[in-house]
Design a protein around this ligand. Sequence first.
Ligand code: HEC
Length: 170
Amino acid sequence: MKTLVRTLPVFVIALAAASAAWAQEPKVDFVRDIEPIFQASCIKCHGLNPRDPHHHPAARLRLDDRVAAFKGGRSGKVIIPGDARRSLLYRLLNGPVPRPKKAAGLDSDKDIAAMPKAKRGQKWKPLPAREVALIKAWINQGAVWPASVKTIPAKAWHARRKTAKETSAD
Ligand code: HEC
């Protein structure tokens, strides 16, 4: 009982701190916050090429399709809902990650390159900190990706966005 009396306040304080941190983290919305990042920075490599049905997305990972994205890529699952720190998709936004043995093969002695992948001979340019934080929060909040969202090839998405902006400016 004595220990309970002593540890209970600590527990209550920890709980309060945790809920305060939770409250500070804005609720992420896939369509508003995440899809635009994937479209602007990832899908040109991690999507299907509508003009070439035999084209493989980089590392066999698609970020333009919910079911395919959760299946993952060459290294296995890349999104672990509720756990950004274990999610390869989030980890690679902070720097290269040692390649899992399972995926050994091509380039197996090298780390998996940081994302978004730099062009050959160029230095890696990380996403803006705000976008990295949004992706982290999105995964930690359960990686909600509504089944109704039909993601389309990056080019078509940008065109649609541009028209939407033009019409709303009228
Ligand atoms: C210029 C092309 C390109 C862009 C842009 C790009 N990637 Fe990649 N991505 C790759 C390549 C190539 C690999 C394989 C790298 C390796 O194995 O070293 C890869 C690997 C990955 C992997 C590991 C997949 C696996 O199973 O091993 C993840 C996760 C990933 N990318 C996420 C992203 C995210 C998120 C973005 C956008 C922020 C992004 N990528 C942007 C080309 C790209």
